[in-house]
Design a protein. Structure first.
Length: 113
């Protein structure tokens, strides 16, 4: 059998690699198993240790830890509080004075860009 240009597929599927698609064949049949059984080995041992530690701490402290379901919804601190104005800081006053003295001595005004 001779291969002709009509037998060569020139279009590419952007989902598939050059090796072809492995998720479904051209006829719509699945090429790999779907809905297969996944075993459940129970909760992880570290999680069990955490729950055991919580139970021990609650018993020791005679207090049940209850998490507030709205803990993320709480508002932050009050933002419209009074901020006193103590005037210009002494370091800033000194810097401004030094700049003025230098400008006077050099006969040049420093212009900020």
């Amino acid at each position: 059998m001779v291969q002709t240009d009509a037998d060569i597929k020139t279009e590419s599927d952007p989902v598939c690699s050059s090796a072809g698609c492995n998720y479904a064949s051209e006829k719509g049949k699945k090429t790999h198993p779907m809905n297969y059984f996944v075993p459940n080995f129970g909760r992880d041992g570290t999680i069990n240790q955490s729950f055991d530690s919580l139970a021990w701490a609650e018993k020791e402290q005679n207090h049940k830890w209850v998490v507030d379901p709205n803990w993320k919804k709480k508002k932050g601190p009050k933002l419209d509080y009074f901020v006193p104005n103590f005037g210009v800081d002494e370091d800033i006053k000194i810097a401004q004075s030094n700049v003025a003295d230098a400008e006077k001595k050099l006969k040049h005004t420093w212009k900020l860009v």
